[in-house]
Design a binder for this molecule. Sequence first.
Ligand SMILES: [Ca+2]
Ligand SMILES: [Ca+2]
Length: 466
Amino acid sequence: MRILSLLLLLSLTLSTIKAQITIELEETTLTEREVAVGIQVPWEMLYGPDDHLWITEKRGRVLRMEPNSGVSETILNIENLVEADSEPGLLGMALHPDFENVPKVYLVYNYIEGFFNIKERLVSYDWDGTSLTNEVILLDDIPGGNIHNGARLLISRDDKILMTTGDIGNGGLSQDQLNINGKLLRINLDGSIPDDNPDPNSYIYSYGHRNSQGLAYGPHDLLYSSEHGAQSSDEFNIIEEDRNYGWPNVQGACNTNSEINFCNTFNVKEPLAEWSPCVAVNDLCYYDHPAIPEWQGSMLMAVLGGFAKLPRISVLKLSADGQSVESEEQYFKNYGRLRDICINPHTGAIYFATNGNSYPSSGPNKIIEYRNLAFSGVNTNETVVNDAIQIKSNPIIGDQLQFAVDPIFVNGQYHIVAYNGYLALSGSITNNPNMQLNCTALSAGSYFIRVINDGKVSTKSFVVAR
Ligand SMILES: [Ca+2]
Ligand SMILES: [Ca+2]
């Protein structure tokens, strides 16, 4: 009987341990939670200002998932439109920067035209609170291929759509200024060409790319991209307007005789870091949230594994000026291929999407969360106070952000966090519950204020519309 009790206790203990997988950073413990399983190859995953995860499934669906329960609804099914064999599919997604007032969703997918001619298009849909409706084609007839279709989307700080295109297996296209493959495109939200593009008659913003599938802003509003190399030289770049990134003449750094010649002639921008053999670098997300201090100021990069078979999340610690990578730490190597990552702006938790152990994904594909429970109020004495922050004139149009806090937060701290997770502003609440901040540094988009004082915490969302 005593042995039975011991065995029962042991099995209970083991099951408790299994339920609480953790990793230890220097001072922070991150706890795993399986949010959802069975996604049919998640490609893009965003944390929306509606506090839901927005996920594209490569086969042609968009899911909207409640991140605590993992319950999701299919809000768009265009499997009949989407070509999803091999690398093509429903791929990139971005939400309008003022989503609460302009609930538009931008998507990129591949389709078949004529006799198995693969194409790619950029479209917008309207979110009506239940589903995505009213497809509008913004950019059509982009040449696609069985491989290298780019398709990562990001809305720029000045409200343009940034879209990567791949070389579709034909490297010569990347240096051809008359072809939009192998490029980073800059597009107005209505699909027209911005008149301040390098060439006002072209969507092309930068060129010489092979197949870039990671785009994110980092410190000082620098724009970063990841890019798949051929067999070697996966790249991590800073994107500058009208610059040449070398492909197919240059792979990675300019370090062979022919590369050095080409780089000098065509002013090639070299990567900050490169990986050989290729590890298949993918989604990027800048981490500057106070929840995980060890990772602040780092770019998180989802890595599929590639030839090297080394899937992981790479934490790329950036220098203070953002111009170099100081170190790389690797985490989460035992989940198979990792395609995408996003950040919960409230808790600082990260979510990553797994893509199985083999291409294009045998599954099971999961959404996994890692969170510092000590930050978010769990296991601490932090008390959440509701309705303790008032924001004047939300959405914010001018350059002043005015908010009032309950007097219990006077002498506390405030953090203003963007909905993609980066810490935009922070400071002290001194003596006066009425705060007025210069917010010219905040670009259009969704944010929230988090105030904390003496074990009490409160948050409030707002929008900057410019
Ligand atoms: Ca390059
Ligand atoms: Ca090289």
